[in-house]
Design a protein. Structure first.
Length: 328
């Protein structure tokens, strides 16, 4: 069996679809669906079990020896979550327990880290795995901090020679877009947010720049298609010797104006922009530039090529957002 925590979520459900396409039907999903349409992320999948997070370790202990590996993608991913205790309990403490269980039961582990661990980017975006290198990064919110805490905890254990899973990888996702993100509400990608505006011919609302070196709408992000992220996860699964931290991005920074233009073109509309001030509450920690450094991933042997932004957005719009059933 393969266990996917957060398997009903955005990246998780796309991974489950890809694993099923490989012929895996022994997939165990650990997640909460709550009172939303998030269940639709799994509606087309064939899975072995769906268990809530508070029953995860009981389930793992009952099936010791049957589990090939765990993809730990479940987390509180909202960068605006105000309850830091909840963020730490979910993103750090639970991850420690899963690591320890995998180490004790000789089970592979691939987990989700985040590009939010890099903070403002002043220390670069190199996916180093050693304690000294990780210490340079200063996340800007509790979400990024919680992911960074776990990365650093893992590094210390590995360097000390403590018990570890037989192979492991942490994946630092950048700005991911694609199908099955609809339940994320305000944390959806800008592609999903702009699509209805583009269809109706309304202007895209972009943040005004508050720095002289960036034009309005010219803030840069590494936007990456969820299909590319899943491809990296599957490659890591196929390469058990590739333990370490790896970036999952396109390696190319593009502006929000570029992204918005691609959305309007995908629906056959001329782009229209209006600019609003970046909210005061997030302005001090607002990132103006992110770009994944993919050198370690390439050095490990990954040869996949990122989907160009325009092609990825056109695929997302035409094959999902514009369809009566937008789910994968």
């Amino acid at each position: 069996m393969i266990v996917v925590t957060g398997g009903a979520g955005f990246i998780g459900s796309n991974l489950v679809a890809a694993l099923e396409a490989r012929g895996r039907h022994d997939l165990v999903i650990c997640d909460r669906l709550r009172q939303s349409d998030q269940w639709r992320n799994l509606a087309k999948r064939e899975i072995a079990a769906l268990i809530p997070p508070d029953e995860l370790f009981e389930y793992l202990d009952r099936h010791t020896g049957e589990i090939d590996g765990i993809f730990h993608l479940g987390a509180i991913s909202a960068t605006t979550e105000a309850d830091a205790d909840l963020v730490i309990a979910t993103n750090f403490t639970l991850s420690q327990r899963i690591w320890s269980w995998c180490a004790a039961h000789d089970t592979r582990l691939i987990y989700a880290s985040s590009a939010a661990t890099y903070g403002d980017g002043s220390a670069g975006f190199a996916d180093v795995s050693d304690s000294a290198g990780l210490a340079r990064f200063q996340p800007l919110n509790s979400y990024g901090w919680s992911k960074h805490l776990f990365d650093r905890w893992v590094a210390r254990r590995v360097e000390a020679g403590d018990a570890s899973p037989p192979s492991w990888a942490g994946v630092k996702f950048f700005n991911v877009y694609g199908p099955n993100e609809y339940h994320k509400q305000g944390m959806r990608s800008l592609v999903a947010k702009l699509y209805p505006k583009a269809v109706s011919g309304e202007p895209a609302m972009l943040f005004r720049s508050h720095r002289d070196d960036y034009p309005d709408g010219g803030q840069l992000r590494d936007f990456v298609a969820v299909e590319d992220c899943v491809d990296i996860l599957l490659w890591l699964w196929d390469q058990p010797k590739a333990s370490g931290l790896y970036n999952a991005g396109s390696g190319i920074a593009r502006s929000f104006a570029d992204l918005a233009t691609a959305v309007y073109h995908a629906v056959g509309r001329k782009p229209r922009f209006e600019y609003i001030d970046t909210p005061e509450a997030i302005r001090p920690n607002y990132q103006y530039f992110t770009q994944a450094d993919l050198q370690r991933l390439r050095a490990a042997g990954y040869a996949g090529q990122p989907t160009p932004l325009e092609a990825g957005i056109d695929r997302y719009v035409r094959h999902f957002l514009a369809q009566p059933d937008p789910y994968r």
